[in-house]
Design a protein around this ligand. Sequence first.
Ligand code: 5AD
Ligand code: SF4
Length: 455
Amino acid sequence: MTDTTTAQAAVEGAPLKRLFIKTYGCQMNVYDSERMADVLRPLGYGMVDDPEGADLVVLNTCHIREKATEKVYSELGQIKLMKNRKAEAGGQMTIAVAGCVAQAEGKEIMHRQPAVDLVVGPQAYHQLPELIARAHRHSGERLSADFAADEKFDALPAERHVTGVTAFLTVQEGCDKFCTFCVVPYTRGGEWSRPMDTIVAEAQGLADKGVREVTLLGQNVNAYEGGLANLVRRLAKIDGLDRIRYTTSHPADMDEALIEAHGELPELMPYLHLPVQSGSDKILKAMNRAHTAESYLRLVEKIRAARPDIAMSGDFIVGFPGERDGDFEATLNLIREVRYAAAFSFKYSKRPGTPASAMPGQVAEEVKEERLARLLALLDEQTIGFNNRVVGRTVPVLFERKGRHLGQIVGRSPYLNGVHCEGPEQLIGQIVPVKITGASKNSLAGVLAPVLEPA
Ligand code: 5AD
Ligand code: SF4
């Protein structure tokens, strides 16, 4: 999960009713936002890229850290002004809060910001049309925060609206791990997996519409019931679906079958997001992580034995309660051993109701800041190092879109780097050999190459 904010926008002619969705937090929310748009499309709603004047504004929220939650309330303040402006002009704007803040805070949101018309939790998106109708009638319950994930997936339209050559596909939701810092087990509920056949059918539908790459999503995706490796093997057989990724994985659920699949399946991309959080066993224990620094390192070794070029990515928390300098040094040491290609680092943030929020030894903000800066410096160095090692190689790139400059196209390497290249637009949607000529922290530059280098 990353803490990016994306305004989702696709202006599709002039829709009957204007829908604006803003997505916070992880990719699971990105998937959910697309599915909400699918639910609302038959009602005449089409996406617009500006909330001003919209008929329905949905904020799909994130509760993972305090900052993410606070952003939602400040955004709601802005949206409320737009709602007032629209009302003055004789129109009507409906404001919906969805996602994990909706699940965690429920009605409280409408108390704190009365301009909010309805609140809908992550498992209840199929009820949006009914909730909107009630809001317009000014009668009935305007909160839905049920936990039944199976109902949600059964009730969502089978058809997906596809806009690109890559797509997210949620296969699992919820988490049973109860890391002591994390709200997810409370906001998304227990682990639940979608039946394999429905996932395969959805993936087939995506492939039929030109999708070449899917990213399988789950809070604990490798805890997928039925085996993530089995699912990946079935998806790999789908014609046209040439790239499969998955996120996020817990080290304790990384089984032999999945590691083997990384060694065997060319469709399974060599990138693995495997959060470790800390390199100190004392802290890992207090976090209830169910692994040690050593067991994590051995696991990475095994994965690299199966797929030597795999790009490792991780999540890190600095300033967890009780973290001393020595514990933080242990995290830096673990990072030096693993050599990450990508990483997401966070200052520990107290979350209501989680065990860690009541633990003694809360770390001062300045200490968190200082540790985060040192962590980022090391991780940035590793990312640049990884990217530099790709320079000079010829790698397959799936082109996804036009670049910002004329004649430029942009795609991704197997390692998930963005790759910029001069080339014809017709290559969008194709996987093409590119010789990498330059690297920065965030992306690679390359030139179209005649053939791939021998493996
Ligand atoms: N404070 C800081 N970071 C957190 N994460 C989860 N909960 C917290 C918290 N309370 C981070 C973890 C997780 C990622 C999605 O967010 O690193 O892997
Ligand atoms: Fe949160 Fe831990 Fe579950 Fe990840 S594994 S969602 S960090 S409780």
